[in-house]
Design a protein around this ligand. Structure first.
Ligand SMILES: Cc1cc2nc3c(=O)[nH]c(=O)nc-3n(C[C@H](O)[C@H](O)[C@H](O)COP(=O)(O)OP(=O)(O)OC[C@H]3O[C@@H](n4cnc5c(N)ncnc54)[C@H](O)[C@@H]3O)c2cc1C
Length: 301
């Protein structure tokens, strides 16, 4: 089979947060065929892409882990782009720019994969991945077969796709872009990069992007700032002074440090505004008793 496998594999070297224990086994398929075969044979594996929206438990992960990062193939034909799930989104945004195709300018500067971006319906600067999405192939891990889903079947919403509620793993996806002016596309991408530079920590300060989702018609960053979370720290994790909806790993933070800090932020906004923020980042792996309680509160379980 066309994959590599490693035992007792340290996950923190892949996560943008630089947090995460070991996977007993980590598989790296090179093709979507090998990926599908692994999905068919392994028992409920955890699939990870760019690891930029996850808090991986410092205790590690019990399930087998499949990393999609070696599936990097994509094809551009006319104004359509087909990409395997492991392709990094800035890479296809830049390819689209080269071909004067518009619709993916927002994907410059964030470290997600196609699989993770579709799973999350990633968005920024008034664009979302759902805008250009046409269809995808998923592996149904219950029925053990490949399905094709169109845009309607994906039920995209704010930071939501059906992949979050069904046993579907994205293999590859096709997008339809609009022909545009290369100059305009490049200018928008440059503006987006400058915005990020100003408003977001770069990855020299390990982080996982926005921690909480925006409530309807409001901004989580604004509420957190007003609630006074800037300057809060727990263990090695700290709220970034540049934007209150970012946590940075300042000094060997653990998943528990981040979970405690998130819970404190959540409670401060709840106490001041009676608004219950919902985490945008996903916790994966073994939850300690404390982490379980902290996350159950925030996810209202
Ligand atoms: C500096 C920084 C800036 C960011 N800016 C933005 C932004 O502007 N907008 C935005 O929306 N997000 C942003 N993010 C968050 C993140 O990059 C996106 O959510 C991204 O799309 C996640 O992709 P990923 O491949 O890293 O997913 P991962 O973190 O690897 O996984 C996220 C979830 O997707 C699942 N998943 C991954 N691959 C697959 C697959 N093939 N099939 C099914 N499920 C899968 C995982 O199991 C997990 O539950 C930012 C993050 C950082 C660190």
């Amino acid at each position: 089979m066309d994959y590599e496998v490693f035992e007792n594999y340290e996950l923190k070297k892949h996560t943008t947060f630089k947090i995460g224990g070991n996977a007993k086994r980590a598989f790296f398929p090179y093709t979507t065929e090998a990926f599908s075969e692994l999905l068919e044979s392994l028992n409920n594996p955890l699939v990870l892409g760019g690891c930029s929206n996850v808090i991986v438990s410092s205790e590690g992960v019990n399930e087998d882990v499949i990393m999609t990062s070696k599936m990097k193939g994509y094809v551009i034909e006319n104004n359509r782009i087909s990409a395997q799930c492991g392709v990094k989104v800035p890479m296809i945004a830049q390819e689209a720019e080269r071909k004067s195709l518009s619709g993916m300018e927002f994907m410059i500067g964030f470290p997600g994969s196609v699989g993770g971006a579709v799973f999350m319906n990633a968005s920024a600067h008034s664009q979302a991945i759902s805008d250009t999405f046409l269809k995808c192939r998923v592996f149904d891990t219950e029925k053990k077969k490949i399905l094709e889903l169109n845009k309607e079947e994906m039920k995209f919403g704010y930071r939501y796709s059906i992949l979050q509620d069904r046993p579907y793993i994205l293999l590859d996806a096709e997008f339809e872009l609009r022909p545009g002016s290369k100059e305009d596309i490049s200018a928008i991408m440059q503006r987006n990069l400058e915005f990020r530079k100003e408003k977001q920590p770069d990855l020299t300060l390990p982080n996982a992007g926005s921690i909480f989702k925006n409530p309807t018609n409001d901004s989580a960053g604004r509420l957190l700032e007003k609630a006074g979370v800037k300057g809060l720290k727990y263990g090695g994790a700290a709220v970034w002074m540049g934007h209150a909806n970012f946590i940075i790993n300042e000094n060997n933070a653990t998943s528990k440090d981040v979970s405690y800090l998130m819970n404190k932020m959540y409670n401060m906004v709840k106490d001041k505004y009676t608004i219950e923020l919902v985490p945008e980042v996903k916790f994966v792996g073994i939850k300690s008793k404390e982490e379980d309680e902290l996350w159950n509160t925030m996810l209202k379980k």
